[in-house]
Design a binder for this molecule. Structure first.
Ligand SMILES: [Zn+2]
Length: 322
């Protein structure tokens, strides 16, 4: 039996899992903190450790591994497995793919998480079999990816699908990417918690804030979702506004790609029932043509979507070499 080692290295946590060749995980999805900000060797060593732990859990050794699929933060060069510059990892021109290959003795395929999300959804997820699939995460940040005919669309230099940095307000605030008014600055979980902090300081009352004693340091998307469940007007208003931003962002993608399906994923998307209506209203207003609601879908692969995508990538790459 051939096995695939799958690693999803994120800013806060690293996930490891072993898949068999039928695409079934044969271990749990083991999650460990990434040791970000401790330097390039610490993050790499942490990755290697969690990989060996999952091999032990699968009761196999590295000799049983035929391919390694890795999701990593970008920018990266998917052709060489080189991480170009990720300051929080301390990785600058870091040869992640070659180093993992040296350690485990199997071919390594490295890709950014947004692209892998698109690949997973287009091959085994809620957009399975669809021709043009866009993937948009709405989480701490807003990543994205494009899959066309079941393959990742990379663009000229591998950076296609940076949907979080489409500007929805050219006169808006500056973004870390160098642009201004980026989608991520309005729609991400970070943007929402920023607004909640500001509203606490402005004396706005909400069940969401009561649950944390009006402490601005404790705000997160979860308290907002819980307050919305209790019909708190502030929470429902804020999520309705979130739908407005998401709808404006998605209508740009719709006008550009006329995609068969857009899949939404990430922490904020769990509150979709509160933002769906305002999101669809904005899509109707801004899209140049009619888009039926069933073309916007919510990921069902949840936190595991990227790992599934990394498996599909590694499996296809290995099968392609046979
Ligand atoms: Zn930006």
């Amino acid at each position: 039996m051939r096995h695939f080692l799958i690693l999803d290295i994120g800013g806060t946590k690293t996930t490891a899992v072993v898949f068999n060749e039928e695409g079934t995980p044969i271990t749990n999805f083991k999650v460990k903190p990434s040791r970000t900000y401790e330097g390039e060797d610490a993050v790499f060593q942490n990755t290697v450790e969690v990989a060996y732990e999952i091999l032990a859990a699968a009761k196999i050794t590295k000799e049983d591994i035929v391919g390694i699929g890795v999701a990593a933060p970008g920018p990266l060069d998917y052709k060489t497995g080189m991480i170009i510059d990720v300051p929080m990892m301390g990785w600058k021109n870091f040869p992640l793919g070659p180093k993992l290959c040296e350690e485990f003795g199997a071919p390594v395929f490295v890709e950014n998480d947004g692209n892998l999300g698109a690949l997973a959804e287009a091959t085994i997820g809620v957009a399975k079999g669809e021709e043009t699939v866009l993937y948009q995460t709405i989480s701490t940040g807003c990543g994205g990816g494009i899959a066309i005919n079941g393959k990742i669309f990379h663009g000229h230099s591998g950076f296609a699908g940076e949907f979080g940095h489409i500007s929805i307000n050219f006169a808006g605030p500056r973004c870390g990417c160098g642009g201004s008014g980026c989608f991520e600055l309005y729609a991400s979980g970070t943007a929402v918690t920023h607004r909640m902090r500001r509203d606490i300081k402005c004396g706005i009352k909400s069940l969401a804030f009561e649950s944390i004693g009006y402490d601005p340091n404790k705000v997160d998307g979860k308290i907002l979702a819980e307050a919305a469940e209790k019909n708190d007007p502030y929470a429902i208003d804020l999520l309705t506004q979130e739908g407005y931003y998401i709808g404006v962002g998605l209508s740009n993608l719709i006008n550009m790609f006329d995609p068969d399906v857009i899949v939404l994923a990430g922490g904020m998307v769990k509150s979709d029932k509160y933002f769906w209506k305002s999101m669809m209203n904005e899509i109707k207003r801004h899209a140049c043509f009619h888009v039926s609601e069933d073309r916007i879908r919510i990921s069902q692969l949840n936190d595991q979507v990227v790992a599934y995508g990394a498996y599909v990538m590694a499996k296809e790459a290995i099968d392609g070499t046979l």
